[in-house]
Design a protein around this ligand. Structure first.
Ligand code: ADP
Ligand code: 5GP
Length: 199
């Protein structure tokens, strides 16, 4: 019970870190983060975002997302419960990070991983100036399209919407501290580990 010992001897548990990962849909964020959790000893925890979108087959409430009605989401937003919240795709669902989840993780000394869009990342970086921000880039737009097709979870129209969004996100991603091109998966993974090991 290391963490409890830390608190008992006068709050010695070091405060955790906020790690923000963004990048276009299909770039490989999920794949890279899965490896980060499985293959490193960093004290990582995922922040489970809230969303008003419907669950996809296999997604579990409270694990992949907290699936909320739009009414409930707006009520909680009004109550100030979100650290950040945005409509990621124009005219689409709302997504947001719950403030309390992040604060609880930080006070336990955990490194809390936020997989959020560029607008959300900018907002989090404004609140937590020491957040590590990592932007994952595709080797090319064509490679991104192929990955989205290969994943098979979206239809053609949805894929094109995500590709168009990718171009907007790339253009707005200048403020990230770290950038990684996910071409060779192993190389990209090693770079992320190196960045997070820096301090
Ligand atoms: P995201 O979480 O960013 O939407 P995923 O992790 O679901 O993306 O990856 C999208 C697809 O691309 C998946 O089918 C995944 O296996 C594949 N993929 C991820 N990284 C690479 C890579 N470096 N090279 C080729 N395919 C990749
Ligand atoms: P999806 O619907 O494919 O799960 O996610 C779509 C997009 O929403 C992804 O780019 C993801 O990074 C972003 N997203 C997921 N959760 C949040 C969140 O809590 N806040 C913000 N700003 N974006 C999020």
């Amino acid at each position: 019970m290391k963490k409890e010992d830390g608190q008992a001897d006068g709050g010695a548990t070091p405060r955790g870190r906020v790690l923000v990962f963004s990048g276009p849909s299909g770039v490989g964020k999920g794949t890279l983060l899965k490896r980060l959790f499985a293959e490193t000893d960093f004290p990582l925890v995922s922040s489970v975002s809230a969303t008003t979108r419907a669950p996809r087959p296999g997604e579990v409430d409270g694990v992949d997302y907290r699936f909320l009605s739009r009414e409930e989401f707006l009520r909680r937003r009004e109550a100030g419960e979100f650290l950040e919240s945005f409509e990621v795709y124009a005219g689409g669902a709302l997504y947001g990070t719950l403030r309390e989840d992040v604060e609880a993780a930080l006070s336990r000394g955990d490194w809390v991983v936020l997989e959020i869009d560029v607008k959300g990342a900018a907002s989090v970086a404004a609140t937590y100036s020491d957040a590590e921000t990592v932007f994952i880039e595709p080797p090319s737009i064509e490679a991104l399209r192929e990955r989205l097709k290969g994943r098979g979870s979206e239809g053609d129209a949805e894929i094109e919407k995500r590709v168009a969004q990718a171009e907007t996100e790339l253009a707005a991603s200048g403020f990230y501290r770290w950038r990684v091109v996910n071409d060779d998966l192993d190389e990209a993974f090693k770079k992320i580990v190196a960045f997070l090991s820096e301090k």
